[in-house]
Design a binder for this molecule. Sequence first.
Ligand SMILES: NC(=O)c1ccc[n+]([C@@H]2O[C@H](COP(=O)([O-])OP(=O)(O)OC[C@H]3O[C@@H](n4cnc5c(N)ncnc54)[C@H](OP(=O)(O)O)[C@@H]3O)[C@@H](O)[C@H]2O)c1
Length: 330
Amino acid sequence: MTLKGATALVTGATGFLGGEIARRLAAEGARVRALARRPGRDAYIRDLPNVEIVMGDINDTERMKEVAAGCDYIVHCAAALGGPLPHQRRLNVDGTRSVMQAAAAARVRRALHISTIAVYGYGYTSDVTEEMPQKPGRVPYNVTKSEAEKVVRQIGAQNNLSYSIIRPGMVYGPRSGMWTMFMFNLGKRNPTIFLGDGSGYAHPIYIDDVVDMAALLLTHPAADGEAFNCAPDPAPTWREFLSGYSRLAGHQNWRGLPALPLRIIAPAVELALTLRGEPQDVPALIPFMQARKTYKMDKARRLLGWEARVSLEDGIRRCEPWLREKGLLP
Ligand SMILES: NC(=O)c1ccc[n+]([C@@H]2O[C@H](COP(=O)([O-])OP(=O)(O)OC[C@H]3O[C@@H](n4cnc5c(N)ncnc54)[C@H](OP(=O)(O)O)[C@@H]3O)[C@@H](O)[C@H]2O)c1
């Protein structure tokens, strides 16, 4: 099935991933309704052929029904990636409910929900497949994104609505604040200071690979009612990931911090973050980052014939012009 001529609503279109998905669908010939909740945030997608900016808040169910009416597809990217639990629950769970209800009312051909590998939580120490139980722990993002998946499945089943779920890893590329800008600044520091020898596995996936899979999941028959990891398999180490950025900055020097003192101060760091309104399970993060586990991609290979196409080396190189534009590289 092709996206050409179809109408697709993209929530979170003013954000990193949603903006790229909106652009890709439009480039493939879909008429894209790009949801924006605040004026002036749409520079990246405004004025593109096939893209219409529609204003709305995902928590406004009636407005979501209006903007979804007549759509063939919905891609739900909008989310809160941080903040206290009630805030994240309102956006990630109630917001997803509202979007899915709109998808059901519009009788779309498929709703694609953007989830995350965070739904598995920090506890697994060996490879993770889609069938494994979600153990999101107590981190609001992990908890609410896991709850959001339940909402998607429930509304999908109740309304005979076709849906698919993608669980990306650490999405990096130009315009990524966390996994490119922040990580580049970490890697740029000479020496790069990080946990231990950096031999735990990281899960960076280049933005174009995520967008490729998202576009495929919208129309692939085997994606109906299924969830797919979208992460590098085999996974690189944290050192390989960060060294990619330090290489851009012109060095390869590393200083490993021992885990034990970090574990000792972890509860205090957690308290400080909680007081700042950004609760995080810091004690669990340390072993999580040391674990050598891969989010397995066998299911996507088997059912969709999907394979990531951008190597880590190539992906990091593709970030260079954007980092230069941002004044982070000479
Ligand atoms: N980035 C990653 O590495 C990563 C990894 C795995 C999964 N994901 C998932 O991918 C999705 C997109 O993430 P991202 O990195 O692109 O995040 P982002 O850049 O922060 O974008 C979030 C988007 O959601 C919108 N939004 C938030 N609350 C809204 C509301 N109430 N109504 C309408 N729109 C609202 C934001 O609008 P404003 O522009 O107005 O703020 C923004 O467009 C999320 O579901 C996230 O969980 C991301």
